[in-house]
Ligand binder design. Structure first.
Ligand SMILES: [Zn+2]
Length: 362
């Protein structure tokens, strides 16, 4: 049954937790930081009635929580699950889907969500489920719920962000099935998307993902935001990549401060570019949900009505938004990497930290 209340975490699980280490993200040193150290406690025979509580390593599942003893976590999301692997070139041109990995993070994810709200852009979040269990996962769980409520898609990004390029049996049990179990248990919703950490998945892993009815979700625009040093450069680069490819699936990380700081600026640039395109009679690049990239063979999945409505709302609203922008600088039709159009310093007050690098007006 899925009528259970979301975010009910058993007291036992919450109590068992000690702050689990944050998962690493793509490109940083990956260490197996989550090995349980529970053996030490088990060595000492103690005359106690209660068994030692296991250290919460992100894999821990509370057997008393509904769903964990059944097959409910073997998800059956027929809307976004079970499609062909997404690589970012499945949709029509001029559609762009933003995706964010490795969260939720209590400091940075809210800024990303604020920016998405402000520009009415749907996104997909790929969750490292170690972050959402236990006591340290309280705020991340709230953020996860906020992501759902805002209409964003949620996928699994494994439990501890291990490289799964050679993963088999037990590791897939832990990282794929374990993350599904946690997501389903905590949210009460099915899961349809899986993004392997580092984009690496063994043959057995692909089979597992397919058996679980998941869509293996990669990307076409790798922003490399995790290694960016300059927010302004990152912002400009992402905008350029989206324009150059006329959309696709954009990979960013909502756990990165630099990303959280510039993402509103990236959305603002996209809007400015779209306004310029409208003014020049060219098709804008519409930010859409990943739904538009789902295919089985040659057949595109039907777009749910509410998803299509949101896309249409963006199209419909775009001229109004453009009219409210103080200046529209038509860009030349060449591919010269011209600086983004001038925009007011007040373009996005109050978003995130408010630190949105602004291209100085020329
Ligand atoms: Zn990742």
């Amino acid at each position: 049954m899925f009528a259970r209340k979301v975010f009910v975490i058993s007291a036992a699980l919450a109590a068992a937790v000690s702050a689990a280490p944050s998962p690493t993200h793509a490109g940083t040193t990956t260490k197996a930081t989550t090995k349980a150290k529970s053996t030490a406690a088990a060595d000492k025979p103690k005359a106690q009635s209660k068994p030692a509580k296991p250290k919460n390593d992100g894999y821990t599942v509370d057997a008393n929580t509904p769903g964990t003893d059944s097959d409910e976590w073997r998800t059956a999301d027929t809307v976004v699950g079970g499609a062909d692997r997404i690589e970012g070139n499945e949709a029509d041109k001029n559609l762009v889907a933003f995706t964010f990995d490795d969260g939720p993070d209590k400091n940075t994810t809210p800024l990303v969500l604020d920016a998405l709200d402000r520009y009415n852009i749907p996104a997909a979040f790929f969750i490292v489920t170690q972050r959402i269990v236990g006591k340290h996962g309280e705020i991340p769980r709230q953020l996860l719920e906020r992501e759902y409520k805002a209409g964003h898609l949620i996928g699994s990004h494994s439990v501890t962000h291990k490289h799964l390029g050679k993963a088999s049996g037990v590791l897939l049990d832990k990282e794929v099935d374990g993350s599904l179990r946690t997501l389903v248990r905590i949210t009460g919703r099915h899961v349809g998307l899986f993004r392997p950490p580092f984009g690496a998945l063994s043959k057995e892993g692909k089979t597992r993902v397919s058996q679980r009815g998941l869509t293996n979700t990669l990307w076409s625009i790798d922003t490399l935001d995790w290694q960016a040093k300059s927010g302004e450069k990152l912002r400009a680069k992402v905008g350029k990549m989206i324009l150059a490819d006329k959309g696709g699936v954009v990979l960013m990380h909502d756990v990165k401060k630099i990303t959280a700081d510039v993402v509103a600026g990236i959305f603002d640039d996209l809007e400015a570019d779209n306004c310029a395109k409208l003014a020049a009679g060219q098709p804008p690049i519409i930010p859409v949900s990943l739904h538009y990239f789902l295919k089985r063979g040659k057949e595109a999945r039907p777009i749910p009505a509410e998803v299509a409505a949101r896309t249409e709302a963006y199209r419909r609203e775009l001229p109004n938004r453009c009219a409210k922008r103080p200046a529209i600088v038509a860009k030349p039709a060449t591919t010269t990497p011209a600086p983004a159009p001038a925009r007011p310093a007040t373009a996005a007050p109050g978003v995130g930290t408010g630190v949105i690098p602004v291209t100085p007006p020329r």
